[in-house]
Design a binder for this molecule. Sequence first.
Ligand code: CMP
Length: 160
Amino acid sequence: MDRTLVIIKPDAVNRDLVGEIIHRFERKGLKIVALKMQLLKPYVLKEHYAQHKEKEFYGELIRYMSSIPCLLMVLEGKDVVSVVRKMVGSTFGREAEPGTIRGDYSVSNQANLVHASDSDEKAEEEIKRFFKEEELYQYNKMNFDWIYSRDEKYIEKEKK
Ligand code: CMP
């Protein structure tokens, strides 16, 4: 199965949207394999957001992301990176489609509630940045047989 990193950002924590956001991922059928609350240090955020270093919003982005604790989670599922990106919606809240997390709850460019990895390579890198190996759980979920078809599970086993 594939994995992705999700950060539930300080605006979501402040606005009591943590439960709603996690609920959406659970209802979709994604598996939580790691979850923790953490006050992110500016030096880690600077590494995480290095691609935006030259942008004028960079300083404020680091300040906001380190202002109060975030929730960090790793989700597992087939093609989970693109599934989660679609659920999160496009970056700017005012432009994000209704039905997506940002489209339903954000009207801001920066305070857009959630960060989600944008590729499998980035997901691997970002999960390593925020989680130790022993914080990632492998376990069987009771509902697994009802989340994917037999074919999907069979193909997955063949790939291993
Ligand atoms: P995220 O998906 O975490 O990736 C980079 C973050 O930078 C983005 O969400 C926003 O929080 C922020 N961001 C991107 N573009 C802008 C912008 N034009 N103005 C302010 N913040 C931005």
